[in-house]
Design a protein around this ligand. Sequence first.
Ligand SMILES: [Zn+2]
Length: 158
Amino acid sequence: MATSSSISSSSADVAVPRCHCGMRSPMRTTWRCDYPGRRFYGCAACGGPNSCTFFECFDPVPPKRFVDVIRNLLEANESLSTNNHNMMMTNSELTAALRKTTKKAEELAADVDGMVASNVVLSEDLTTCVVSRRRLRSALVAVLPALIACVWLRVVNN
Ligand SMILES: [Zn+2]
């Protein structure tokens, strides 16, 4: 929302009046009064502790239609500002949620990396076991005929 009044420069500087303080009065535009957008001259120290009460309208009283249009535009602007503020809040919340999710995803990725490393170790252990089993089987196959022969000889001798 616009401030209650704002200073503007214009070609009217040539005929700038002086306030009761003797200073050149800046032209201002008021937004919170019966005629929003109307320009006026006021004290250069307006709002300060030493400001005087000088006031002189620059613009004539505008038609009611203009005042209504300006008021509607000010209300629309206020509504847009509120919506913009809300969207900024939502954006801020979404950004925070995204940061949180990204951090969680990074933690999960680290866990997956750890599991992959463990899987590699387990795969190597499994390969070693398979090799050992094959060697044991080969050794057993090599010994088995002799073992059978021993058993057979023992049976025959008895
Ligand atoms: Zn003054």
